[in-house]
Design a protein around this ligand. Structure first.
Ligand SMILES: Cc1ncc(C[n+]2csc(CCOP(=O)(O)OP(=O)(O)O)c2C)c(N)n1
Ligand code: SF4
Length: 249
């Protein structure tokens, strides 16, 4: 089944990029849902612009290759036009937490029944590795040769503050677990947000391979969700990082 979800387009992600694993998770999740009776033609996607957005070329479902920062409004429009669709919005951290921040915040309030998957590699990769809102302090790039001085956002806390009903965090390197989370998010009735920790092997390499810090959770208690959100501040390489369902109402 995953072959039917593939395209013949040449893949231009860097060999070793964890976008490959994330694509495999998405295909696995959709294939599982199709096996369980959902229809392939009822899956659709929107994307932002960035390395992550090339998923549009490699995943064989319908959709809109969107604008930078606008994957969410495109997805909501598709859902409004055809409520039968299971719409997946693929976006970057640059996309979602900078230029698209207003869409992100309001999406929780609007609560359209779509799934947002953020490929969070903690920089703007396609444009050359500039720091994004989730980049750790000290990260050096061509535009910040002395290192990033601003503190990173914690998107999980922002989502909880905005009234999120479904928040998960995944590790792109864990294909099976990420596929399970995507299936749960698609089946959730309302706006489902998945923050995927995705390594970029070219730019912000200092925060890659955090697997050993990660532990799996499955939580539906809002007070516990706040505690889980505070375990990792996106700055430290030493603290524990919860992955799985941080909160589901
Ligand atoms: C409206 C608009 N603003 C800015 C850009 C320039 N731009 C293209 S890709 C990109 C960075 C993408 O970073 P991110 O969303 O984190 O995705 P990644 O490449 O890291 O996957 C930017 C700023 C654009 N194409 N369109
Ligand atoms: S630049 Fe980084 S995010 Fe983009 S394809 Fe290469 S490894 Fe992946």
């Amino acid at each position: 089944m995953t072959e039917e979800l593939s395209t013949k387009n040449t893949n231009t992600w860097c060999p070793g990029c964890t976008n490959f694993q994330l694509l495999a998770s998405v295909k696995t999740a959709i294939a599982n849902m199709i096996k369980k009776g959902m229809k392939k033609e009822n899956f659709a996607m929107s994307t932002g612009i960035g390395c992550h957005a090339k998923i549009f070329d490699y995943l064989n479902i319908s959709g809109i290759y969107g604008l930078h920062g606008r994957a969410i409004p495109a997805a909501i429009g598709m859902k409004l036009g055809n409520p039968k669709l299971n719409v997946l919005a693929f976006a970057g951290d640059g996309d979602t937490y900078s230029e698209g921040m207003e869409h992100f915040m309001h999406a929780f309030r609007h609560n359209s029944d779509i799934t947002l998957i953020v490929h969070d590699n903690r920089d703007f990769s396609l444009t050359g590795g500039q720091p994004s809102s989730t980049t750790q302090q000290g990260y050096k790039s061509k535009v910040q040769p002395f290192g990033e001085i601003e503190r990173p956002f914690n998107p999980i806390r922002i989502a909880l503050s905005a009234g999120a009903g479904f928040v998960a965090r995944c590790n792109a390197r864990d294909i099976k677990h990420t596929a399970e989370m995507i299936e749960k998010a698609v089946k959730y009735k309302g706006f489902a947000f998945i923050e995927v920790i995705q390594d970029c092997i070219i730019f912000n390499k200092g925060m890659n391979n955090l697997d050993k810090k990660m532990h799996k959770v499955n939580n539906s208690d809002i007070k516990k969700a706040w505690q889980l959100s505070e375990e990792w501040d996106y700055n430290s390489k030493d603290s524990k990082i919860p992955i799985g369902i941080i909160f589901s109402r």
